[in-house]
Design a protein around this ligand. Structure first.
Ligand SMILES: *Cc1c(COP(=O)(O)O)cnc(C)c1O
Length: 217
């Protein structure tokens, strides 16, 4: 597939949904991809990338940033509180705000550092016990708690259960966001980003459809 095709498909999905061209941000998820593939996408002019591990991002991106200007980096995977300060220095957005303790840590660090990335609250829409995220019924209260901490919450994020129709989860996330006056919707991956755009996604996180299969070793 590759970047050009995914960009085209996003534009088509925006049009199909009656949404403005360019209203969806493509986060190219480069986790576990060889540097050469990431570099190829940078060479094509793309600047918005996602990683799911702080350590991997820390190893990979400073070098690219020395060579390519304007890179915007999004953390899409779990964040341990002891890596939060590093994350604050590395990422322009964090999509995995999933618990009160992390909210309090980010609020304190944001005070100390004088800035904070854009935040998306991860909602466990499928209420899967093994998955991170705030339960749908706890979302309103958690959004309020984050706002009280002065955190820049831009939206909600979800990863639907693998064996369920994702559109139902996208619709639930959109409803929770609207109810809380949040505009950002981080939802949709390689297999379902068009359905996510139909439901209002503002940020799609696409990895393998751009870069090819990951080296899971
Ligand atoms: C890996 C990952 C993606 C990208 O997945 P693909 O199926 O390769 O598009 C998106 N979101 C999160 C949270 C991920 O961990």
């Amino acid at each position: 597939m590759g970047l050009a095709e995914i960009t085209q498909r996003i534009a088509a999905a925006e049009a199909e949904a009656g949404r403005a061209a360019g209203s969806v941000t493509l986060i190219a998820v480069s986790k576990k991809q060889p540097d050469a593939r990431v570099e190829a996408v940078l060479e094509q002019g793309h600047r918005c990338f996602g990683e799911n591990r702080v350590q991997e991002a820390e190893a990979k991106w400073p070098g690219f940033r020395d060579r390519f200007g304007g890179i915007e980096l999004h953390l899409v995977g779990p964040l341990q509180t002891n890596k939060a300060r590093t994350a604050l220095g590395l990422f322009q957005a964090i999509h995995s705000l999933d618990r009160p303790k992390l909210a309090r840590t980010l609020a304190r660090l944001a005070q100390e550092e004088g800035h904070c990335p854009d935040l998306f609250i991860q909602v466990n829409t499928g209420e899967e016990p093994q998955k991170a995220g705030i339960a749908p019924t706890d979302t309103d209260a958690f959004v309020a708690e984050c706002r009280q901490l002065d955190l820049p919450v831009r939206g909600l994020m979800c990863i639907p259960p693998v064996d369920e129709e994702p559109a139902l989860h996208f619709a639930l996330l959109a409803k929770l966001a609207a109810r809380n006056g949040l505009e950002g919707l981080s939802m949709g991956m390689s297999g379902d980003f068009e359905r996510a755009i139909a439901q209002g996604a503002t940020h799609v996180r696409v990895g393998s459809a751009i870069f090819g299969e990951r080296d899971e070793g």
